[in-house]
Design a protein around this ligand. Structure first.
Ligand SMILES: [Zn+2]
Length: 137
């Protein structure tokens, strides 16, 4: 393909991507009246894995990433991603709560562990000093 043709093909593809975005997520945003902060990025050919499976789409924060090269599939994946974003929003407060619990648990556990380590350290040092005194006397 000639350079000019490649450029035209690229433009057509990006125009199609804009159409796909507008026909799916942008319409869904208006219909549900939510998710106006959601962005969409198409990175065709990106290879990413999660739990041993190749990802075709991924939602990170407020961005839906589409990795498939097929525009028809992108339409499906964008809708999937938007629903995923809505569910993430719903579960966010629980994740925050659980993370706070873990943080607190780790803090308490760390302080208790430090106390136990200090107690064992004192016992060992006392024991070593007693051994030393037994040897020298
Ligand atoms: Zn998904």
């Amino acid at each position: 393909m000639l350079r000019a043709e490649t450029e035209i093909a690229k433009t057509e593809l990006s125009n199609n991507w804009i159409d796909v975005k507008n026909l799916t997520v942008n319409r869904l945003k208006l219909k549900v009246g939510m998710g106006f902060e959601v962005n969409m990025k198409w990175l065709p050919g990106t290879v990413k894995h999660k739990n041993g499976k190749q990802l075709l789409e991924e939602v990170i924060g407020n961005t839906i990433f589409i990795y498939t090269e097929e525009l028809a599939e992108a339409k499906y994946l964008l809708t999937h991603g938007f629903i995923e974003w809505l569910l993430n929003k719903h579960t966010r407060k629980y994740r925050l709560l659980i993370n706070k619990f873990i943080e607190l648990f780790e803090q308490i556990q760390y302080e208790e562990k430090e106390k136990i380590i200090d107690a064992i350290t004192k016992l060992l040092i006392e024991n070593l000093e007693n051994d030393l005194q037994a040897c020298t006397s």
